[in-house]
Design a protein around this ligand. Sequence first.
Ligand code: GLY
Length: 248
Amino acid sequence: MELDAGICKDLDLSTGSVAGMTEYAHPITVARFIMEETNMVEMHGDRALKLMELYREVRRENLVTPPKLQRWAKMLAELGAGGGYLEKHHQKELRVLMEHPEYRRTPKIGTVGAVAVDSRGGTSAASATGGYWLKMPGRIGDTPAYGAGFYADRNGAATATGVGEYAVRLLISRSVAGRMKTGTAQHSVMAAFREFEGRFGKDNLGIIAVDRRGGVGVYHNTEGMGHAFKTGRDRKTTVRISVRQGGT
Ligand code: GLY
């Protein structure tokens, strides 16, 4: 069980990220610590946590819950039966898991991302994850990778979730931000998706974005992606649990 996270602000191009963190449920707090309290930008998660412990109180805990353990056991029982995430996106890692049972680690998964713009157009982005079920120990995905899992500049901010190996190859969050120089957040997300799907097909990615004028962009080509946004104009929070392919 290894957690990754990354965070950045466009104002001073500050960024921090951690990867492979165990025993602490808040990798984004540690990434923010790296961003704000050090001159580094990336750290191994457990080393970063040790560093943060010098200055902050840290409650280490076992993050494996009984429901997660049950699901993990079921996935192990079905390993190699066909049709799963590993069969689709990680065939080579699947082979390692089949040949080396000691690599079948306990899970902690799910990605959460956030983007924001302030009243002066300053943007920021953050993302945290446990990766995917049965990921290889030591594997690092897009979430702590600046420009891939998260990115913010003067045009806007974006974060991604999905198959990290694909998101890294196209620096997908940077790609969305670059398009927001001229396009709205939604337009830019869709344009980035067109390029992404041309390379990697569907059922593999979700993106949220905000442009410097406060426009929101959301799209996913997966079965579901919960998302919520709040704008300054109406101060209402809109929450969607989207369970079809699409976005706002
Ligand atoms: N997008 C999360 C990961 O691939 O780790």
